[in-house]
Design a protein around this ligand. Structure first.
Ligand code: G6Q
Length: 539
């Protein structure tokens, strides 16, 4: 296992060295530090100089990556080997953004041709809906799109729809329904007109309880609103899935199905057909620009040497803090209101991928894996949880994300926003000593309260503007950061067995809630909770 290698052991000593040196000292020692520890990828600037690293750390992390075979594993993923071994699947989200003139034959199939055929199908449908050529059952144009999906079939398109609001069609609004809590669908349907609503049922497997429940209720709502004519379904329901049979069984014509493949993991699928709602909102050209951004970062990850490889370095630095400093969480803090769902999106990407206690070979890991990922946009977070980040007992490595230009210049507070962004990273890194506090004349009883330890690390990611291209770069960056960490920890980042047990138990409990005739055989806590629920409903 990786923790028995010399490279892992070397990092223990490296971590001890780095913990003892402050960021203040590092910047004083090397005025060129920001320049030396920055990486630029196609206009995306990453300043890594506020990390607790030196050139020796970079060398030690690169050695660890080599010991784990990172470069070989990148090649294995990109070339379509079945690296998702527990499900015997290739992992080819990078093929979703290959240009049309690329070639990639996997398992005898020309994936580039398949991907672009679906993209063309999506684009032609999106153009028809956006232009009004596609109408609903009563001949009216579509103005509301309701995406029904959950997890990987919701978080990505929802995040991206919000992120690219500045690029969206003025008269198409998308709404996203994921939770089986009926309130979610109720809210989404409130105030909209069935005649002008298109439902997208997004489900890779087309077996997901939440999605099928919401889709059935949406179908009933539509038919109710349009006079019960079943032929209306064809104009108001489309599906995104790998399961044509399931789609047909639900009653959606497979001509209105946009397919993807089992080599696209759910949480890696927003750039596959799962992104249809986004394409409807921003149009095919912007969607293709986003794919170009993904591809640019994919190319960088595949070709850049590890010490200059942004996703690899961010992943390795994350491992450094997780395993050698025992810091259990990682915050993502976009200074961009339109990225408000980005932390939630990354939470799934990272935690579902690397929250594993078993190596890919089935052995129990002897070290920590996946960090808890969390965050909110700045400046809001500053008035909430930043207290803990500045003065709490456990440091939280942070990713700050900012842009030189605002999304909507009509209300321009951009200098204030970016000043806060830079100030937070500076405050975390440099802190404020007790002597500095005293020098301000602060009463001695308050000095310790007003002291900031500093030495709290962060990455600063900056791009000119949040465009489709930049969003693609950012998502790909985090996909590959996640991959890098999975390789170091030796886990399969592409399965998610940990979500299965709860699903199975829920299926068993539904009939037990519905009828009191079933004998309860759970633990006494679960039995009592079921009984209380039944009693409340007089069952
Ligand atoms: C993602 C996960 C999971 C999945 C949902 C929805 O990687 O597998 O979040 O996306 O459970 O699954 P379906 O798309 O099959 O409905």
């Amino acid at each position: 296992m990786i923790d028995s290698t010399a490279e892992w052991t070397a990092l223990r000593a490296e971590a001890d060295d780095q913990l003892n040196k402050t960021l203040r000292q590092r910047f004083a020692d090397n005025p060129g530090r920001a320049r030396d520890l920055s990486i630029e990828v196609d206009g995306l600037h990453a300043d890594l100089s506020k990390h607790l690293i030196e050139a020796s750390t970079v060398d030690a992390l690169v050695a660890l990556a080599n010991a784990a075979g990172l470069s070989e594993k990148i090649d294995a993923m990109y070339s379509g080997e079945h690296i998702n071994s527990t499900e015997d699947r290739a992992v080819l989200h990078t093929a979703l953004r290959l240009p049309i003139d690329a070639t990639l034959v996997v398992d005898g199939q020309d994936t580039v041709a398949d991907v672009h055929a679906v993209l063309e199908h999506m684009a032609s449908f999106a153009n028809d809906v956006r232009s009004g050529a596609w109408t609903g059952h009563t001949g009216q144009r579509i103005t509301t799109v309701v995406n029904i999906g959950i997890g990987g079939s919701d978080l990505g398109p929802f995040m991206a729809y919000r992120a690219l609001e500045a690029f969206r069609h003025e008269s198409i609004e998308c709404r996203y329904v994921s939770n089986v809590d009926g309130t979610h669908l109720h809210q989404a349907l409130t105030g909209i007109d069935p005649a002008t609503t298109l439902f997208i049922v997004a489900s890779k497997t087309f077996t997901t309880l939440e999605t099928l429940s919401n889709a059935k209720s949406a179908r009933a709502w539509l038919l109710d609103g349009l006079g019960g004519d079943e032929s209306a379904i064809a104009k108001h329901f489309v599906a995104l899935s790998t399961n044509a049979e399931g789609v047909a069984a639900f009653g959606i014509d497979t001509a209105n199905m946009f397919e993807f493949w089992d080599w696209v993991g759910g949480r890696y699928s927003m750039d596959a057909a799962i992104g249809l709602s986004l394409m409807l909102a921003v149009g095919p050209d912007n969607f293709m620009d986003m794919l170009s951004g993904f591809h640019a970062m994919d190319t960088h990850f595949r070709t850049a040497p590890i010490e200059q490889n942004l996703p690899a370095m961010l992943g390795l630095i994350g491992v450094f803090y997780r395993n050698f400093f025992d810091w259990p969480t990682h915050a993502v803090l976009p200074y961009c209101q339109l990225l408000d769902r980005f932390p939630a999106y990354l939470q799934q990407l990272d935690m579902e991928s690397n929250g594993k206690q078993t190596t890919i070979d089935g052995e129990a890991v002897s070290y920590d894996t996946g960090a808890v990922v969390w965050g909110e946009p700045g400046t809001n977070g500053q008035h909430a949880f930043y207290q803990l980040i500045h003065q709490g007992t456990t440091p939280v490595p942070c990713d700050f994300i900012g842009f030189y230009e605002p999304d909507f210049p009509a209300v321009d507070h951009h200098d204030a926003l970016i000043a806060n962004l830079f100030a937070q990273a500076e405050a975390l890194a440099m802190g404020k000593t007790a002597d500095e506090v005293r020098a301000e004349g602060v009463d001695e009883s308050l000095v310790s309260h007003k002291t900031f330890p500093g030495n709290r690390p962060s990455t600063m990611l900056m791009a000119p503007r949040l465009t489709p291209f930049v969003l693609g770069q950012l998502v790909s960056l985090y996909e590959h950061r996640t991959f890098t960490q999975g390789v170091i920890w030796g886990v399969n980042s592409f399965d998610q067995w940990g979500v299965e047990l709860g699903k199975i138990l829920a299926k068993a409990i539904i009939p037990e809630l519905e009828s009191s005739s079933t004998e309860l055989t759970h633990d006494s806590s679960t039995n009592a909770l079921i009984e209380r629920y039944r009693a409340h409903h007089n069952r």
